[in-house]
Design a protein around this ligand. Structure first.
Ligand SMILES: Cc1cc2nc3c(=O)[nH]c(=O)nc-3n(C[C@H](O)[C@H](O)[C@H](O)COP(=O)(O)O)c2cc1C
Length: 234
């Protein structure tokens, strides 16, 4: 703890002002009710992930399952965008997309990625890294057919990540496909499927006062090994 009284009077004034500001901001932004003081005692990551996601489902106004997905392109240049988590268990984290999109192409060429969840009102972050595999055709079919009909048609209509002349071209395509698939089961497009990221690393971050945050990392070198657990400096 800095003893502000021992500092020179001029510096003392400025440091005290900054200290008051820091305290004010910290009191305002740090909400004790959102804390999970016991999470550092957790011995395995999947239950903790489940617990934090459930909490986010109770508190976040929109898309608690939204996560950023980082990939790299063929030049090694990183790329990042949001996707929705659609399944999760000890085998990995599942999301769905267009395989011909930028991310689809990047993942097919280099099936490794990182995910990041940030629940702002909970002041929590979870990071995940690891290799990916495509989900089975049966798994993709099941999820595709659980979606609203409009979304199923949208998956056919969108040439995701490629240039679009204008909104009209997209809407015309949706209308045409709406007629084509007016009745009956809509087949899943072959270019639309899911990926499962199998975690080599999962890190839980929790906001704490004065930026002295808590971090708990679970890491393994291979998927068939148990996780090693470590607390990290903020
Ligand atoms: C909250 C949110 C959730 C999204 N979920 C998905 C998703 O699950 N799958 C998907 O392909 N795109 C999703 N998107 C759109 C992507 O962020 C992105 O714009 C799109 O997939 C094209 O990315 P790409 O050009 O890097 O392939 C989502 C966007 C937001 C903001």
């Amino acid at each position: 703890m800095i003893n502000y009284k021992e500092l020179s009077p001029c510096l003392n004034f400025r440091v005290e002002a900054l200290s008051r500001l820091d305290k004010k901001m910290n009191d305002k932004t740090y909400d004790q009710t959102q804390s999970d003081p016991d999470f550092l005692n957790e011995q395995e990551p999947f239950d903790l992930f489940q617990k934090w996601l459930k909490r986010a489902e109770e508190t976040e106004p929109n898309d608690p399952n939204a996560m950023s997905l980082a990939t790299v392109d063929e030049d090694g240049l990183p790329n990042v965008r949001m996707v929705l988590l659609k399944g999760f268990d000890a085998q990995g984290f599942v999301f769905y997309t267009n395989l011909e999109s930028a991310k689809g192409q990047e993942l097919l060429a280099n099936p490794k990625a990182a995910l990041c969840f940030h629940w702002k009102s909970l002041r929590r972050q979870i990071r995940v890294r690891g290799p990916l595999t495509q989900v089975s055709a049966a798994e993709a079919d099941e999820y595709y057919h659980s979606r609203p009909r409009g979304s199923q048609i949208g998956a056919w209509a969108s040439k995701q990540s490629r240039p679009l002349k204008g909104r009209f071209a997209l809407e015309a395509s949706v209308a045409k496909l709406g007629v084509k698939y007016g009745v009956g089961t809509i087949p899943r497009p072959e270019h639309w499927s899911g990926f499962r990221l199998a975690p080599l690393e999962i890190e839980f971050w929790h906001d704490r006062p004065f930026r002295l945050h808590d971090r708990l990392q679970f890491k393994r070198d291979q998927l068939d090994l148990p996780f090693e657990r470590a607390q990290l400096y903020p």
